[in-house]
Ligand binder design. Structure first.
Ligand SMILES: Nc1ncnc2c1ncn2[C@@H]1O[C@H](COP(=O)(O)OP(=O)(O)OP(=O)(O)O)[C@@H](O)[C@H]1O
Ligand SMILES: [Mg+2]
Length: 458
């Protein structure tokens, strides 16, 4: 089993042993870092997050068990092998309980060490292969999830295929509900990073005060309430992909910091000035045109160039009517089988209504319409009666003097809420932070309501 390219950290206070081990393992193809005590070992680990750590148990300053705990807290997947000396077997057992994978007792020859490490490494490689295979299954799933036969959607598929394997930053644009989030995850699950984490950060719903600690993490005591160290999304996504949803909503002050991180590929946790290497691919999404935001002085042009190596635009659903029946059928199948209903399809009239509707909420709106239709459908085929009033046609305001139509209270509340939100968004040209303030709710609540009510924002 080949171990080339794996990064190993040796923490050992005996200089001769340290040097001999490092030489022997480098010859085997390992990339080796060395530290002479636990404190230096911990610092190197925080910076490089090694695949494997080989550490002595008894060392000055910070012992092997304490180091092991720190490593496991930061990176549970790292394999740790303990070096034990005569009389420390009990502690080696304790180390195994704390998550060490194996131990090797002094004295040992370099040949024995190499065999032992390549054994633990084989297990690790097999485990990684397993994760990769699982991710491949998911990938097939996630890719075929995106439905569309129209020319613009075929172009989108082609672009995903072209960019996935590279580390290029991708920005996905399109109106609300066009499938930006689906595209972002398809990029990750079709990339070489697929076995590593894919994390989404909703820039619109994070309160401004939390963005930095959420993304970069913090040290214990960095601020009131920081009772222990927490790693941020950048570190948690290490090796994988970070999806910055609604990137246009990031406050300008934070945009500067984000740009620096992307340029230097290093972050600093709040309360620390020690940089940590981060290797993440950035995919972002925006409903609004970032070019317009730049012109309006709300988005930094330099950050735009950083995150926009490739852009993928998702056309609104009304511009690709040939996808509508396909999507509607797929959603019908999904909801009908979820509810164990046997519904075969739609009447021609329904298909026509669906094809000619304007779909301000795009695919999300279509999905909601089909879900509702399945709920209301009595027979084996969906008819116009089961469509919401705005698609049934003939929704007219009652003439003056006529009684108002009776609607369930929940529907009445939702309608009033939608109107208030749309008015606030119109008054603030779609700036959600300001709209939330006008409405007297948090950005997060506003975000949830927009999603929950299926409000179309652009
Ligand atoms: N091409 C598609 N095929 C199947 N389902 C789709 C497609 N596009 C979107 N959807 C579905 O529509 C819904 C909205 O998609 P998604 O969340 O990706 O949109 P979005 O562009 O990120 O929207 P927003 O800007 O509001 O966040 C999801 O339920 C998704 O599964
Ligand atoms: Mg989205």
């Amino acid at each position: 089993m080949k171990i080339c390219g794996h990064r190993l950290l040796i923490v050992e206070d005996e200089p001769l042993l340290r040097i001999t081990m490092a030489d022997a393992l480098r010859k085997e193809g390992w990339v080796v870092d060395v530290a002479e005590d636990g404190v230096k070992g911990a610092a190197l680990f925080e910076q490089h997050q090694h695949d494997l750590v080989l550490t002595d148990l008894v060392m000055p300053k910070l012992g092997g068990i304490e180091l092991l705990k720190r490593i496991k807290a930061l990176s549970p997947d790292t394999t740790v092998v303990i070096i034990t000396a005569h009389g420390t077997v009990d502690r080696a057992v304790e180390a195994m309980r704390e998550g060490a994978t194996d131990f090797i007792a002094k004295p040992f020859s370099m040949a024995q060490l190499v065999v032992r490490l390549s054994n633990v490494c084989s297990v690790r490689i097999l485990r990684e292969q397993n994760v990769r295979l699982q991710a491949q299954l998911e990938q097939r799933h996630s890719y075929s999830n995106i439905i569309g036969k129209s020319k613009p959607m075929q172009e989108v598929f082609e672009l995903i295929r072209l960019v996935a394997d590279s580390d290029a930053s991708v920005i996905v644009t399109g109106e609300s509900g066009t499938g930006k989030e689906m595209v972002a995850s398809a990029i990750h699950f079709n990339s070489l990073r697929r076995a590593k984490p894919y994390l989404r950060v909703s820039c619109a719903s994070l309160p401004e005060s939390l963005i930095e600690s959420e993304l970069f993490g913090f040290e214990k005591g960095a601020f009131t309430g920081a009772s222990e160290r927490r790693i941020g999304r950048f570190e948690a996504a290490s090796g994988g992909t970070l999806f910055l949803d609604e990137i246009g909503e990031l406050p300008l002050t934070f945009q500067v910091k984000l740009l620096r991180v992307l340029q230097e590929r290093q972050i600093e946790r709040l309360g620390s000035n020690r940089p940590v290497d981060v290797d993440v691919r950035i995919v972002s999404a925006s409903v609004r045109s970032l070019e317009d935001e730049i012109r309006a002085g709300r988005f930094r042009e330099d950050l735009y160039f950083r995150v926009n190596t490739v852009s993928i635009h998702l056309p609104p659903l009304r511009d690709r009517p040939e996808d509508i029946p396909l999507l509607a059928e797929a959603f019908l199948h999904e909801f009908a089988s979820d509810r164990r209903r046997e519904i075969e399809g739609f009447t021609d009239e329904v298909v026509e209504r669906l094809e000619t509707h304007h779909w301000p909420g795009n695919v999300r709106e279509l999905r909601n319409v089909v879900e509702r239709a399945v709920l209301f459908c009595r027979g084996s085929i969906v008819t116009v009666d089961e469509l919401p009033p705005n698609l049934r046609g003939g929704v007219q305001e009652p003439a003056p003097g006529e009684p108002l139509p009776v609607v369930p209270i929940q529907a009445a509340v939702e309608r009033a809420e939608s109107e208030a939100i749309l008015a606030a968004l119109a008054a603030t040209q779609g700036r959600r932070a300001e709209a939330a303030e006008l409405l007297g709710i948090s950005r997060k609540t506003l975000w949830e309501k927009i999603k929950g009510l299926g409000i179309a924002v652009d």
